[in-house]
Write a protein that binds this ligand. Structure first.
Ligand code: ACO
Length: 429
């Protein structure tokens, strides 16, 4: 008997089944052999929130939650954050290998030449109220791009697909900056192709009357590193959304708008915004113990703590904490950092957090950096969506090239009423 199998005995029938194990997983569909009678659909696995279900094979990102490891295409995140830049990392995530010098130059040129958006996108953003959440504008404008690039529906044409990938990576910073300028009541800035990806984004956000905007090199690098850290994170909620919409063969713009909508949720990409609100509400170090007690009583969560997969530490969190101090050298210290550091110290010594394996995640410190850089809290999820666009697109392309994938369609365990006849209204109690 092969050892790479699982033997299951169905005690309802007394029958035994041998199910292959491959890559540390069994195929859930193999469970369907376990039936009470031939008409039976067969056994299903019940897994709300997919806590133990692999929905795909993927060669993009490796995450070892117990040991706090994150690799893009095999390269540790710490090395990429130290040596790479965002567009180089984007190339790696999308195409699987680090680019040669010539490939990188061509890639950077191709992204730069797609940074502009149709003028009508400005009118679309203009139509939002002055106090609209930028994520609403971002999601809408990305979805609208689908109608500006109708050929994007040809998702199985590799050239067309690659063009949309370049367009999306190039245009999301422009859309993000427009949404910021709209809420601020400032005129929109066009892209400046002399600048780096992060430098150009800062220019589109902050340029006022000066002829040429010069990004601060420390802030430009900090933003670039934050973009690297957020580029992909395997099958998280928004990526799963991207894949689910993509599995219906929708074009990448509308699929990405859906993924961004998932990211907007406070349990996902909205967490860094929630962290800053939480720290501001705590207000001072003296108030931390009382706040911690309220968390332990279940009256709220310690935002920026905990992760579905990391149960030791989030390697991105460590890098972001160091980055915060680099940024404060330029911007001045954000007073929230002292509350954050003390909160982290107390939490890491507290039995409640230790026993539940709750550690600071990437969002715990990123919001404090963004705030020090003068970015309003509503922009935080947008700042997450820009780099994650790369991961969403890499995962989407992988899905389309995967012969095992079909339209995503989970099953359910029905708990409702059995079939019954319609009752006329007079007869209802
Ligand atoms: N504060 C206090 N308690 C927490 C926290 C937290 N941040 N996170 C989890 N717990 C507790 C839960 O109440 C639960 O306790 P119990 O066993 O007594 O019921 C236990 O820890 C296990 O938590 P789950 O909810 O089962 O963990 P899950 O894996 O489903 O949730 C999540 C992960 C959503 C990230 C959660 O930890 C959370 O809500 N954190 C705060 C929001 C946040 O920071 N999100 C960012 C995630 S990273 C990202 O998207 C980039």
């Amino acid at each position: 008997m092969s050892t790479d199998t699982l033997t299951i005995t169905d005690n309802r029938t007394g029958k035994s089944y041998e199910i292959p194990i491959s890559d540390g997983a069994i195929r859930a569909s193999d469970l369907r052999q376990l039936k009470l009678d031939p008409q039976d659909y067969g056994l299903m696995s019940y897994d709300p929130a997919f806590t133990n279900t692999a929905s795909t094979k993927s060669a993009i990102t490796y995450l070892d939650g117990d040991n706090g490891k994150l690799l893009y295409r095999g390269y540790p995140i710490e090395q990429l954050a130290e040596h790479s830049n965002f567009l180089e990392t984007a190339y790696l995530v999308l195409f699987g290998e680090l680019p040669t010098a010539a490939q990188l130059a061509a890639w950077q040129h191709e992204i730069i030449t797609h940074t502009m958006v149709h003028e009508n996108i400005k009118h679309l953003v203009d139509a939002f109220r002055h106090d609209a959440h930028p994520m609403g504008m971002f999601i809408s404008a990305v979805a609208a791009l689908s109608s500006f690039h109708p050929e994007s529906s040809q998702i199985f044409d590799p050239e067309v697909r690659l063009l949309q990938i370049k367009r999306l990576i190039a245009k999301v910073p422009t859309i993000a900056a427009y949404s910021y300028r709209h809420i601020m009541g400032f005129p929109y800035n066009y892209p400046d192709n002399d600048l780096s990806y992060a430098g150009n984004f800062l220019q589109m956000m902050f340029k006022m009357t000066e002829q040429k905007y010069k990004p601060d090199p420390v802030l430009e690098r900090a933003l670039d590193v934050l973009f690297i850290l957020h580029a992909d994170h395997e099958q998280n909620c928004s990526t799963n959304t991207m894949r689910a919409i993509g599995s219906a063969h929708a074009d990448p713009y509308v699929a990405l708008a859906g993924a961004a909508a998932a990211l907007y949720g406070p349990l996902h990409g909205g967490a860094n915004e929630a962290v800053v609100h939480m720290l501001a509400k705590i207000g001072s170090i003296a108030n931390i113990p009382a706040f911690m007690e309220s968390v332990k009583r279940g009256e709220g969560k310690l935002m920026g703590f905990g992760h579905r997969v990391y149960k030791n530490f989030d390697p991105r969190g460590k890098i972001v904490k160091q980055l915060a101090y680099d940024v404060f050298e330029v911007t001045g210290r954000n007073p929230l950092i002292d509350i954050a550091v003390e909160l982290e110290r107390i939490a890491l010594e507290d039995e409640y957090f230790i026993s539940r394996k709750l550690y600071p995640n990437v969002d715990f410190y990123s919001g404090i950096i963004y705030q020090a850089m003068n970015l309003p809290t509503q922009m935080f999820p947008v700042l997450f969506a820009i780099p994650r666009t790369v991961g969403w697109l890499a995962q989407w392309a992988e899905l389309l090239n995967d012969p095992e994938q079909k339209i995503a369609r989970p099953r359910q365990v029905y708990t409702g009423s059995p079939a019954r006849d319609y009752t006329a209204i007079e007869g209802r109690k």
